[in-house]
Design a protein around this ligand. Structure first.
Ligand SMILES: NC(=O)c1ccc[n+]([C@@H]2O[C@H](COP(=O)([O-])OP(=O)(O)OC[C@H]3O[C@@H](n4cnc5c(N)ncnc54)[C@H](OP(=O)(O)O)[C@@H]3O)[C@@H](O)[C@H]2O)c1
Length: 305
């Protein structure tokens, strides 16, 4: 089988095709034929070598946390799945592959309401959005502002926050205003118009790269919480705020979040916007990583067979 990975850090061109035998499932695992995988900003930071100080990995490194797959083999003792099931798997690494193995707790059957692209792009942003809500610990009726609400994490967070009864103000670029309304946000605005909005109990900066020009500070009530998703020092605009950096605490467990996402997808019209569907090839992976380095059209980048 082939995998897409790299033997040195650098530009998207470091990716190469790697050949190996398909992994065999251990007891409690399934083998999946990968039908597609999501690309995330985290994968690009792995490729650039920025995670090397925090995570010991040896080359070749094969990124990929979000997999849509078809069950091809069952490990000993697995009764939850059958060969042929189409499933979503969230994994620490290694998803850019033709085949993977996965522990059953980190696999759910693909909700029928989601198409393949949405299902392939759901894992990491779903875990991030769930972890954010858990760490903010707001009560129904409290106000939440989401900056970068058009993106993978932001759009899911808006939908989950509405599902949990929060009052949500969604901020993104002018091209995404109608989309933000479709997510059920109570108020939407562009970055330029956002300073006129009332301050919230909490603000999440889900802008890719985190450059919010001080909006997080302006849009959060004194004593409120500002949560940052990118590793960037927040500009609090002189306000006394509780600061949270996503990633400093352990993320919510896939075993908890995946069933929550499946329930959300069947009880609401969960929207996972796709920016680009890329081919399941080295060229597709390289193109996807080139797009990750740009302010690309809002939504998920997914590679599909
Ligand atoms: N720590 C963690 O556990 C964790 C987990 C997942 C993600 N993250 C971080 O969370 C952030 C959001 O992730 P994501 O997957 O939601 O990102 P994304 O979909 O690629 O981007 C989110 C939004 O950022 C806005 N944006 C503004 N300026 C941008 C620029 N220069 N380049 C790209 N986008 C820009 C875009 O909205 P507009 O076009 O509407 O402005 C875009 O929709 C990233 O920084 C990511 O690294 C952290």
């Amino acid at each position: 089988m082939i995998r897409f990975g790299f033997n040195r850090y650098g530009t998207p061109q470091v990716f190469q095709v790697l050949e190996s035998d398909p992994p065999q499932p251990k007891p409690g695992q399934v083998q999946l034929k990968v039908l597609g995988f999501g690309l995330n900003p985290y994968d690009a930071s792995l490729r650039r070598g920025e995670q090397a100080a925090f995570r010991k990995l040896s080359f070749p490194i094969v990124p990929g946390t979000d997999v849509l797959g078809e069950v091809t083999q069952l490990g000993e003792g697995v009764t939850e799945f059958a060969v042929g099931d189409v499933v979503i798997n969230y994994r620490p690494i290694g998803g850019y592959s033709e085949y993977v193995t996965a522990t059953v707790g980190k696999v759910i059957k693909k909700p029928t309401a989601l198409d393949d692209a949405a299902a392939a792009g759901l894992g990491q942003v779903g875990i991030a959005a769930y972890s954010i809500l858990q760490q903010l610990n707001l009560n129904p009726g409290q106000t939440l502002t989401v900056l970068g609400a058009s993106g993978g994490v932001g759009a899911l967070l808006v939908q989950m926050a509405k599902h949990e009864g929060l009052h949500v103000l969604a901020i993104a670029g002018s091209a995404s205003q109608t989309y933000l309304e479709s997510l059920g946000a109570d108020q939407v605005a562009t970055y330029d118009d956002a300073p006129t909005l009332p301050a919230s109990d909490a603000t999440v900066n889900a802008i890719n790269g985190g450059d919010d020009h001080g909006l997080g500070g302006i849009l959060t009530k004194a004593g409120g919480t500002l949560l940052t998703t990118a590793y960037r020092t927040p500009d609090v605009q002189g306000r006394a705020l509780k600061l949270i950096q996503l990633g400093d605490d352990r993320p919510a467990k896939a075993e908890v979040v995946l069933p929550y996402l499946a329930e959300l997808a069947s009880s609401t019209e969960l929207s996972v916007r796709i920016a680009e569907r890329l081919p399941f090839s080295l060229a597709g992976v390289v193109q996807g990583h080139e797009l990750l380095a740009t302010h690309h059209a809002a939504g998920k980048l997914v590679v599909l067979r």
